[in-house]
Structure formats: structure tokens, C-alpha cells
Design a protein around this ligand. Structure first.
Ligand SMILES: [Zn+2]
Ligand SMILES: [Zn+2]
Ligand SMILES: [Zn+2]
Length: 108
């Protein structure tokens, strides 16, 4: 596959184009008393979940359960977006803002 031959067909699902100024952590971990490693945000509804290296894998599980295809990393210095159905990483410059996140409870 050459670059440019794959294109995400889910960009029209994006409702979150400005990232929140800060988040408290993974929504589901905070509710259930779990711990997370890295944070991701759903670009359709703004759900904050944890990465696949976290015990809860709440970002993937939210995408599955809700049928929301796109997440963006909230980690400092990371701006990639991942599409679950297309298994495609991309950068979407139209999404602006920087989110302040707490340190991972798994690393502290
Ligand atoms: Zn896609
Ligand atoms: Zn979580
Ligand atoms: Zn969502």
C-alpha cells in the first residue's frame, strides 16, 4: 500500500475539533477505581478512555460499544489519531488545543 492510497472514511463522524483544556483521567477507570497508562479521547463524543496497554482498555472498549471510530492521543507531544475500523493512524491538523492530563496512576 503506497502512502495516500488509504483514506479514512470516518472523518465526518468528528464532533470534537477542540480538545478540552484538562481532564481528570480515564472516565471509566475513575468510576471503577481502575488505573490507566495513557489517555485517548473519542473524537465523536469526547469520551476519555485509556490505551490498550492499560488494564481496562477503555478507549477501545468505548469505540466498540458505542461504534465511535476515531480516537486521538491526549499524551503530551502526541497528536496522532487512530481509526479503529480502518486500522489507520493519521494526523488531523483541524483538531486544535492541548489537554492537561494527570500523571498515570500506574507510573506513580
Ligand atoms: Zn476510518
Ligand atoms: Zn480506563
Ligand atoms: Zn465516543
Amino acid at each position: 500500500m503506497s502512502p495516500g492510497s488509504t483514506q479514512c472514511t470516518h472523518l465526518n463522524t468528528i464532533e470534537v475539533t477542540e480538545l478540552p483544556a484538562s481532564v481528570d483521567g480515564c472516565t471509566d477507570c475513575l468510576r471503577d477505581g481502575g488505573v490507566w497508562l495513557h489517555l485517548r479521547i473519542c473524537l465523536q463524543c469526547g469520551h476519555v478512555g485509556c490505551c490498550d496497554d492499560s488494564p481496562g482498555q477503555h478507549a477501545s472498549r468505548h469505540a466498540d460499544a458505542a461504534g465511535h471510530p476515531l480516537i486521538r492521543s491526549l499524551e503530551p507531544g502526541e497528536d496522532w489519531v487512530w481509526c479503529f475500523p480502518d486500522e489507520l493512524a493519521m494526523v488531523i491538523p483541524e483538531i486544535t488545543g492541548t489537554t492537561r492530563i494527570p500523571p498515570s496512576p500506574m507510573l506513580s
